[in-house]
Design a protein around this ligand. Structure first.
Ligand SMILES: [Zn+2]
Length: 409
């Protein structure tokens, strides 16, 4: 694979070419197969940058091209020895050319989507700048996803009143199948990576919570993942970001979505929280799978019946009629144990299968301590104090729920 950036003012254009051994069907770090739609994308920064360290432009490119790279990656400028080594050791890919000094920075920025998890992170770090990724259409790929209202999410981010950088990109359209999206999950940070020198960043905080970091999460299903290759500091991506002077920081990595939702809705950013990608200025759509899932969590923390028009026979509720395991199962257990009248909702069947109780899900209201140890030293105290004050830590018995997750008990 060969990856090269060209710039035109604040617009960065990435072109990449496959080597003979590469294929347009690739594999994401989480195991998902992805088909390439096109070999170029753009990233629009708020202003032209005088100078970007080659490790940053290489890391940004790698978040896009990694799935389709088989043996070697050739960047347009020499990278540091550490960065090349992190790609070689972590991914088994030869990387070069080599010949730049390493970089470092000091500040922490938040990769801010506007969902409950990243709002919780932003609330925890009130002085951190926010960097928001906004999807825009690709010039050469038809946009069949016009219901995806990235413009609304960007508008909400602007209303936070925080120090905000909005970065627009069409990079999700490099991916044809399973659907447009980040080639690697880390591509959401492409703007923060390219701006890291300008903003003097020494770390990027993501909103990945306990489910994503420790319980499998997302496309991983239902298993304890201490060595999570995407988000653990010792994983291939953790080591690579650190090599670029930008360690991955997960301030809410030790708490569940019940906690991030409670923190987000109790924060000054409450009015800007939006997890639905289909809603407009009037609010979330209320009928997508994400809205249904998040409504279960919100109803659980507010101790009220579910408010939804979705019935068990709707396609978006189909998976809850099947037996577990489910993605995000810990939160389904949490919700089913707490929402009054769950037997009259689309989760009735799941509740029956899971048989969860308030007692069996109490661990989801506290912080898993090993997540604090993973926070880099400059920000660890702040996160630990916040957790001690606002959440509290798991007992050893509760921590065992995390570490036994996915094993038959
Ligand atoms: Zn929705």
């Amino acid at each position: 694979m060969r990856a090269a950036w060209t710039t035109d003012g604040g617009v960065w254009h990435l072109g990449f070419r496959l080597d003979a051994e590469d294929d347009i069907i690739g594999t994401v770090t989480d195991g998902q197969a992805v088909r390439m739609a096109t070999n170029s994308c753009r990233v629009r920064l708020p202003r032209p940058l005088p100078d970007v360290h080659p490790d940053l432009s290489a890391l940004a490119a790698w978040t896009v091209v990694a799935p389709w790279t088989t043996r070697r990656i050739t960047f347009d400028r020499p990278v540091s020895r550490d960065l090349a080594a992190a790609i070689e050791q972590g991914f088994g890919i030869e990387a070069g050319p080599v010949g730049a000094p390493p970089r470092a920075g000091t500040r922490l920025a938040v990769s801010y989507s506007g969902g409950a998890d990243s709002v919780a992170v932003a609330a925890m770090l009130p002085d951190a700048p926010l960097v928001h990724f906004q999807r825009v259409p690709h010039q050469r790929v038809p946009n069949r996803w016009t219901h995806y209202r990235a413009d609304v999410l960007a508008k909400l981010a602007a209303r936070t009143g925080r120090d905000l950088t909005i970065v627009q990109s069409d990079l999700e359209f490099t991916l044809a199948e399973p659907r447009p999206g980040y080639p690697e999950h880390h591509a959401v940070a492409v703007g923060a990576i390219l701006m890291a020198g300008e903003l003097d960043l020494g770390g990027i905080a993501f909103g990945y919570e306990m489910g994503s970091r420790w319980l499998g999460g997302g496309r991983y299903l239902h298993r304890y993942t201490p060595h999570n290759p995407m988000w653990s500091p010792g994983g291939r991506w953790g080591r690579l970001f650190a090599a670029a002077g930008l360690p991955i920081v997960l301030p809410v990595g030790g708490v569940s979505e019940a906690v991030t939702m409670r923190l987000a809705l109790g924060s000054p950013l409450r009015e800007q929280v939006r997890w639905c990608l289909r809603g407009d200025d009037g609010g979330p759509c209320g009928v997508c799978g994400k809205c249904l899932y998040k409504e279960l969590i919100q109803a659980a923390i507010e101790r009220r019946p579910l408010r939804t028009t979705i019935t068990a026979s709707r396609p978006v509720a189909a998976k809850w009629q099947q037996p577990p395991p489910y993605g995000g199962q810990e939160m389904i257990e949490y919700g089913c144990a707490r929402v009054p009248g769950i037997e009259g909702t689309p989760f009735a069947k799941a509740a029956e299968y899971l048989g969860a109780t308030e007692e069996s899900t109490g661990w989801l209201e506290r912080c898993y301590r090993p997540a604090i140890k993973e926070i880099p030293a400059p920000w660890r105290r702040q996160v630990a104090d916040f957790m001690a004050g606002e959440v509290g830590f798991m007992t050893q018995n509760e921590a065992r729920h995390v570490e036994m997750w996915g094993q038959a008990t």
